[in-house]
Design a protein around this ligand. Structure first.
Ligand code: COA
Ligand code: AMP
Length: 627
């Protein structure tokens, strides 16, 4: 039996022993004597009697071990022309100082802090400062509009917001302060203070409750890490569900630290001192886990990149960063590679840089199409590792465990379930599917440490959304199959979640925006295949009887409304006015059938359809891509 097989079996046969052993990689103020607490099943908790501080584990303990001069963070920002490094000691000192500033503002254990910062070191500092105090951070991605920010403010009810005056996109400066002010106008909950990081390119106007970062930290006393229960929340990260209301995924302190530290070695093959780069954003789970927490927990060097794969300044940007900082492994989304391939199909830029220290490319966040896999593999000449996970799980469910035992790659498969994840394929009735047969991907409970224990303030919604479809299982929302060798193939979502440039979005929330337009009687938004972004949203609207409006005007108004209410990240540009939407006899809109036709498949007419002529009339419109 290979190392993977043996480890996987042990993790499921003896989770208690397996995870207590893994917990040995973490420094505890009170070491756990038990791993799993199943007393409130199906709500499970890990390390119920353990106590620790995540910021201490990410920073202080490396300094105390004599590694304070090792580089913790390299900030590489082509959009501002800055490169800056922080040693572990320097980062710890800044985190302790900013934690002192938050404490002076009244933030303590269990208080929430909303973080609305772009890819700057202060984002990492704020997250770790919250962790140091035992406060709970909730980072909101900069591409979201005020209404989305307001929804998160009302759900998390933060004491303080920490933000920057602006984010910098390749073509424009996005002023954050007006977005925050607009969000606070919309929100019911009002935080006491806002700390604003003033950026030279576009400083923000300070209001009564605002103070700038420099003022906040001046004269404050650095704070020591506050021990918290392993089961206390470390952060809330909102993600799209099928409704407009975002889901507040909760992450605990103990299980998260244990699981992430374990993955850095076993999955990514990264240890102390290695240079690791995740090209994502701190606003997403990939950024939380693999820009901030995991690399620092194991004493590696993490690269924080404020730029894009193309346009900052060119398609050689990734290779420049890899060679300049001696990156050993890169983790990003396939869409980044598709963007590079589009501009530099022959990979001419790659030859300009010395990639001698680069060993592995990890891709996740969306389906890795075979063409992108082959391009990356051929051009870079290193293993290209697809792996599958979700905001909810916090770390990969299925991957090629490179550090444990590199397994042969099968393009199209994310490889095998990682230890702790009992992955099953179920049919509609909950029956396990045979090898090669597609079905819903479900995970037998309990989920391993690091996965969400619940949704913020809403156990009922957690149980209802994830645990009630199949008794004893967590529903991933993805479909797929497992082949005879145990390789998992993820085929796509079974719900209304779409994936645009690696960003998870809800078509339901876009439909809510379209439906609010006075001319719209009914609408549907579907995710259709896009060669660059993987998927793009497409709106289909039925006008109210008697309404006449120029389709171009309506389109512009709807596109502007989605941008205003959800944000530019939705990349919503395509709208078709149609006579009617195809529905089942019970009134359910046939979104999956429409999506199939739009993606070029010959979708059969479902037997449950109410009026087949509606679908036939739509076929040519759906097949037309719009650009
Ligand atoms: N703050 C404000 N606006 C943002 C933003 C941010 N942090 N991130 C994106 N936006 C805006 C963009 O400027 C763009 O606005 P526009 O409509 O005015 O052009 C819009 O949101 C859509 O952004 P995006 O989907 O990123 O498209 P893009 O064309 O700007 O870039 C890629 C495409 C592929 C280069 C880019 O998506 C990318 O680098 N992806 C890497 C993968 C990644 O980060 N995945 C995250 C999960 S792993
Ligand atoms: P997020 O929560 O934003 O990380 O998005 C999670 C969703 O992205 C998953 O449920 C999948 O639908 C999709 N996804 C992530 N990684 C992969 C992958 N490697 N292959 C296919 N789909 C993926």
């Amino acid at each position: 039996m290979g190392a993977y097989d043996e480890t996987y079996r042990r993790s499921l046969a003896d989770p208690e022993g397996f995870w207590l052993e893994a917990a040995g990689a973490i420094s505890w103020t009170r070491p756990p004597t038990r791993a799993l607490d199943d007393s409130a099943a199906p709500l499970y908790r890990w390390f119920p009697d353990g106590e620790l501080n995540t910021s201490y584990n990410a920073l202080d303990r490396h300094v105390e071990a004599g590694n304070g001069d090792r580089t913790a963070l390299i900030y590489d920002s082509p959009v501002t022309g800055t490169t800056r490094s922080y040693t572990y000691r320097a980062l710890r000192d800044q985190v302790a100082l900013f934690a002192g500033a938050l404490k002076e503002l009244g933030v303590g254990k269990g208080d929430r802090v909303i973080v609305y910062l772009p890819m700057v070191p202060e984002a990492v500092i704020t997250m770790l400062a919250c962790a140091r105090l035992g406060a709970i951070h909730s980072v909101v991605f900069g591409g979201f509009a005020p209404k989305e920010l307001a929804a998160r403010i009302d759900d998390a009810t933060p004491k303080v917001i920490v933000a920057a005056s602006c984010g910098i996109e390749p073509t424009r400066v996005v002023e954050y302060k007006p977005i925050i002010d607009a969000a606070l106008e919309l929100a019911t909950h009002q935080p006491e203070r806002t700390v604003l990081l003033q950026r030279e390119i576009a400083p923000g106007k300070l209001g009564e409750r605002d103070l700038d970062w420099e003022t906040a930290i001046s004269g404050v006393t650095p704070v020591e890490p506050e021990p918290v229960a392993a089961t206390d929340p470390l952060y809330i990260l909102y993600t799209s569900g099928t409704t407009g209301k975002p889901k507040g995924v909760v992450r605990d302190n103990g299980g998260h630290a244990v699981a992430l530290a374990w993955t850095m070695g076993a999955v990514y093959g990264i240890g102390p001192g290695a240079v690791w780069w995740t090209a994502s954003d701190v606003g997403w789970v990939v950024g939380h886990s693999y820009i901030v927490y995991a690399p620092l927990l194991v004493g590696a060097t993490t690269v924080l990149y404020e730029g894009k794969p193309v346009g900052t300044p060119d398609a050689g940007a990734f290779w420049r960063v890899i060679s300049q900082h001696g990156v050993k492994a890169l983790f990003t989304a396939p869409t980044a590679f598709r963007a590079i391939k589009k501009v530099d199909p022959d990979g001419g830029e790659i030859a300009k840089y010395d990639l001698g220290r680069f060993q592995t490319l990890f891709l996740a966040g969306e389906r890795l199409d075979p063409e992108t896999y082959h391009w990356a593999h051929d051009k870079l000449g290193v293993p290209v590792v697809d792996h599958w996970w979700q905001t909810e799980t916090g770390w990969p469910i299925v991957a090629n465990p490179r550090g444990l035992e590199p397994l042969p790659v099968k393009p199209g498969s994310a490889t095998v379930p990682l230890p702790g994840w009992d992955v099953q394929i179920l049919d509609a009735g909950g029956v396990q599917q045979a090898a090669g047969e597609e079905g819903a991907i479900a995970i037998r409970l309990p989920l391993p440490p690091g996965a969400l224990p619940t949704l913020w303030g809403d156990d009922a919604r957690y149980i209802d959304n994830y645990l009630s479809r199949y008794d004893g299982y967590y529903l991933t929302g993805d479909s797929g199959y497992i082949d005879a060798d145990g390789y998992v193939f993820v085929m796509g979502r079974t719900d209304d979640v779409i994936n645009v440039a690696g960003h998870r979005l809800s078509t339901g929330s876009m439909e809510a925006v379209l439906a609010a337009h006075p001319a719209v009687a009914e609408c549907a938004v579907i995710g259709v295949h896009d060669a660059l972004k993987g998927q793009l949203p497409r709106g289909l609207v039925v006008l109210k009887a008697g309404v006449t409006i120029d389709p171009e005007t309506l389109r512009d108004e709807l596109v502007a409304a989605v941008r205003r209410d959800i944000g530019p990240v939705a990349a919503f540009r395509e709208v078709s006015v149609v006579e009617a939407l195809p529905k089942t006899r019970s009134g359910k809109i046939l979104r999956k059938t429409m999506r199939g036709i739009a993606d070029g498949r010959d979708e059969p007419v479902p037997s449950t359809i109410e009026d087949a002529t509606v679908l036939e009339a739509l076929r040519p419109i759906l097949r037309h891509s719009g650009d």
